[in-house]
Design a protein. Structure first.
Lengths: 422, 277
């Protein structure tokens, strides 16, 4: 499906990266092994996303943080630029790129300076929508996915409930069949984009007695009767992103809004989570690098005891450690991203258990590294790190989410153990 | 209209602290730098696209040709305007060290002779050397009318005459130019209403700034032709007229911010401490 002739990332010094046999003789002087997932098109796309983030979003970051909402035009504009649908097939309203477009995008969006904006956009492009491309009927793709990728309809993912977060299978929202409809009752909470979503990719029980196997995914337009936003939630960070509690009171949707098969929702969700965790990880580690780079600029200027801070060996060592950890985390994320791209875009199958495990490891490790970076950059800035005047305190509170949202660090460890067969 | 837009890659100013001078002071090293399209050239591309399209319907009214001089990597620089909507590119192979404004202008003059564009639209200067000369030298070589620092371009007759607003210290100077001509642009050329071609409805709202390449545009650009030429092909063999004797970094900043009580004290300190008066 992909036609990127040049710079194939599956070539590593002439080897097949995916484990195939060496074709030619080993070059006499082995060049530095370089993993190059990006072609010229990726790089150009990356620059455009960066320009969008820096020129059109960053200037408003303060205002949107204060308003606790970024405006809807951001979705529209991102859609226009092909940012949301870059990695979706053309048949689903995307541009036919591979998943490295999505990784590049997630890395550049952080330059908007507001993790809330980045999160809102990533929910739209990589969290609430991948399963529609995967499983959707022609009509579902036309009604939900295509307008979402154009940024015309805002999407939310409705999984978590007041009584069920990590334990997804414990969810209580039900959908029972009544004639040609499903009738939905229950509530969802912590839902990103929830106050203004046009539709919710909703997890609910179609067979309350069947545990995992009783869960299904419905596509629910929010203009349906009985749907309401019961509360907009105030948060520690990611202020520019709206987070809501949703209430479903006998909400009717036609049966054709069932995504895939009834009872398969849990399995679909586990697949869908992988893109969410992957772009979350690539974005979070890019954010950590950015925080370190920005801190360096500060360290060069800030004088203490007659020298710039950056000339203090203590800080040189601390920063050396943190950059090293970030590089290691990024390498792990890229390994996961390559595995994901291979599973989903090259062989076009499901995300394998091995890839799922790598992604869980990435999210876990990135969470710890990013939190350490956030803590240390506050320290490096001293009092300025604690004030609202600078980006630092916002970064500190925003990044904390990453060890919770999209599956907590503990859940990642649980998955690693389980997938390892312990 | 057929419009030729020369573009240059420049070191991304955001990477400015990676700019280094070689140990012998002979050159500024470019290793490890990220490159980007010179912003003023990007504005020229945007202006050219606006002149040559119906902004409301997307219909094309002419051809936009992108030219860049430099090593093979400048093809990447050419792809960006192609992804924004320009039609084809010309890459003139050269070492950066061989080039100065005169060589560039001669190359462009040779290409103008081949391509016969109605307009050469270019950035007023590149943000690396800040010479602000290539456009002027080119107009001289061609014997064409020239308008520099354009902040508005208007045409109503398919480009037979151009009305150009130039930004000058005292305000806006308006020139009427009969193409073929050389026009260099300033920042404000990419304000929403700066370019009017008589076809795009006045009600059409352009965004502020140069357009982005959408991913569709990026994919399409892959298929657009880039012709490769050499300096010799174009008969430009004289070499640069500007030679550089030495580069050095400005002295490191030492000062800290100090507040003074009065203008007198300021003048005093500027004389005795800063020694700049
Ligand atoms: C800002 C924000 C945005 C969000 N956006 C969305 C969204 O768009 N859509 C959506 O569906 N959800 C969203 N969430 C919800 C998020 O995915 C959940 O908060 C997360 O999965 C954790 O669930 P929980 O809050 O119920 O915590 P709980 O599951 O109650 O966990 C509490 C603690 O117990 C630990 N724990 C749980 N189970 C175990 C176990 N078996 N062993 C050991 N420890 C355990 C957890 O790791 C955690 O430390 C969002 C959350 C936030 C804060």
């Amino acid at each position: 499906m992909l036609a990127f002739p040049q710079g194939s990332r599956y070539q590593l010094n002439g080897d097949s990266f995916s484990g195939g046999r060496r074709r030619g003789p080993r070059p006499r002087k082995a060049p530095l092994v370089a993993f190059h997932p990006y072609t010229e098109e990726h790089e150009l796309f990356r620059k455009q996303v960066r320009a969008f983030a820096e020129k059109e979003l960053a200037p408003h970051a303060e205002e949107w943080e204060r308003d606790e909402l970024f405006p809807n035009w951001v979705f529209k504009r991102a859609g226009e630029l092909g940012i949301l649908g870059a990695h979706y097939p053309e048949s689903a309203g995307g541009s036919g790129g591979d998943n490295w477009f999505s990784i590049a995008k997630s890395e550049e969006l952080v330059k908007c300076g507001s993790a809330g904006v980045t999160m809102g956009l990533l929910v739209q492009s990589d969290m609430a929508t991948p399963c529609i491309a995967e499983l959707g009927t022609k009509d579902q793709i036309a009604e939900f996915l295509e307008p979402a990728l154009r940024g015309e309809k805002i999407a939310a993912l409705g999984v978590s409930e007041p009584g069920a977060g990590s334990d997804v299978a414990g969810l209580r929202t039900t959908a029972r069949v009544d004639g040609d409809d499903y009738v939905i009752n229950g509530s969802k909470t912590y839902i990103t984009n929830g106050t203004r979503a046009d539709f919710v990719t909703l997890l609910c029980k179609t067979d309350p007695d069947a545990g995992h196997h009783g869960i299904s995914i419905l596509l629910v337009p929010t203009n349906a009767k009985g749907f309401s936003v019961s509360k907009k939630l105030s948060k520690m960070g990611n202020w520019a992103s709206d987070t809501a509690e949703l209430f479903f009171d006998n909400v009717r949707v036609p049966k054709r809004n069932l995504l895939g098969q009834e009872g398969m929702g849990f399995i679909y969700l586990m697949q869908n989570f992988q893109s969410e965790r992957l772009v979350g990880s690539s974005s979070a580690i890019a954010g950590a690098f950015l925080a370190l780079d920005r801190s360096l600029d500060w360290g060069r200027e800030r004088m203490a005891f007659g020298k710039p801070l950056i000339k203090r060996e203590v800080w040189q060592h601390k920063l050396a450690e943190l950059y090293t950890k970030c590089e290691a985390a990024k390498a792990l994320v890229y390994k996961s991203a390559d595995a994901f791209n291979h599973d989903r875009y090259v062989t076009q199958g499901d995300v394998s258990f091995e890839t799922t495990k790598l992604i869980a490891m990435s999210k876990l490790f990135v969470g710890d590294v990013a939190s350490e970076v956030a803590d240390q950059v506050v320290q490096f800035h001293g009092g300025m790190g604690y004030l609202e005047e600078l980006w630092v305190s916002r970064y500190f509170r925003d990044q904390r989410l990453f060890r919770i949202g999209g599956g907590t660090s503990e859940v990642m460890k649980y998955m690693i153990a389980k997938l390892s067969g312990w | 209209m057929k419009i030729l837009v020369p573009v240059k890659r420049v070191a991304d100013p955001d990477n400015a602290n990676k700019v280094k001078v070689s140990a012998d002071g002979a050159r500024v090293t470019s290793e490890g730098l990220e490159w980007k399209l010179n912003p003023f050239d990007e504005y020229a591309v945007e202006a050219a696209l606006r002149l040559n399209e119906n902004g409301a319907s997307g219909e094309k009214l002419g051809e936009v040709i992108i030219v860049s001089l430099g090593p093979d990597e400048v093809q990447t620089t050419i792809r960006q305007p192609l992804a924004m909507g320009a039609d084809r590119g010309i890459h003139v192979k050269a070492d950066d060290a061989e080039l100065d404004s005169t060589v560039v202008a001669k190359v462009l003059a040779a290409l103008v002779a081949q391509e016969k564009p109605d307009l050469v639209l270019m950035g007023k200067q590149a943000v690396d050397g800040d010479s602000n000369t290539a456009g002027q030298v080119l107009a001289e070589l061609l014997g064409w009318p020239m308008a520099t620092f354009a902040m508005a371009i208007e045409t109503a007759d398919g480009g037979k005459t151009l009305t150009i607003g130039r930004e000058v210290d005292t305000g806006v100077l308006t020139l009427k130019v009969t193409p073929p001509a050389v026009v260099t642009v300033d920042l404000r050329i990419v304000a929403p209403g700066s370019v009017r071609n008589g076809v795009t409805p006045d009600a059409h709202k352009y965004g502020e700034g140069a357009r982005y390449a959408s991913l569709k545009g990026i994919m399409a650009a892959k298929k657009k032709a880039i012709d490769v030429r050499t300096l010799a092909d174009l008969g430009v063999t004289d070499g640069a007229v500007v030679t550089y004797t030495k580069f050095e970094r400005p002295p490191a900043r030492t000062g800290s911010v100090r507040f003074v009580e009065s203008a007198q004290e300021l003048v005093q300190r500027l004389k005795t401490e800063a020694k700049v008066l």
